[in-house]
Design a protein around this ligand. Structure first.
Ligand SMILES: [Mn+2]
Length: 141
């Protein structure tokens, strides 16, 4: 099992490879706001655990195992952003809130949140009904 911190790295490496075709230590360090030496250390661990392979001059590539988990981690992040946006969380809070909770939910909870997001997506009136409640609560606060 990947630890929360390993998950952050796999997620970022997956995103970088999707966007640019490769992931370098410097890019990962920048996107996670950590020191390059921490990245090197984690990359060695991820290599040892067979999430990625380090190739001289080419940077890293994710193994099938790394790609599979990377894809799920990005899906989970995007789903949680969608949930928070749907329930009306302020845009400026969404990214950091998701970063704070994403590692602490079971995949079972993620699946049920998927149902909930779908529940709102399938019928706009459900979102509007929620907004009505929120308006009422705002007045009472
Ligand atoms: Mn994330």
């Amino acid at each position: 099992m990947a630890t929360p911190s390993m998950e952050d790295y796999i997620e970022q490496i997956y995103i970088l490879i999707e966007q640019k075709g490769y992931a370098r230590v410097s890019d990962i360090a920048e996107s996670l706001s950590v020191h390059p030496s921490s990245v090197t250390k984690m990359v060695q661990k991820l290599d040892k655990d067979e999430y990625l392979v380090y190739e001289k001059y080419r940077g890293f590539t994710l193994t099938p195992k790394g790609k599979k988990i990377g894809k799920r981690l990005v899906y989970r992040h995007d789903l949680l952003e969608e949930l928070l946006r749907t329930i009306g969380v302020m845009e400026e809070n969404i990214y950091n809130d998701v970063e704070g909770i994403e590692h602490h939910l079971s995949w079972n909870a993620i699946d049920r949140i998927g149902d909930l997001v779908q529940f709102f997506e399938e019928d706009e009136s459900r979102v509007l009904a929620l907004r009505e409640i929120q308006k009422k609560n705002e007045v009472q606060e």
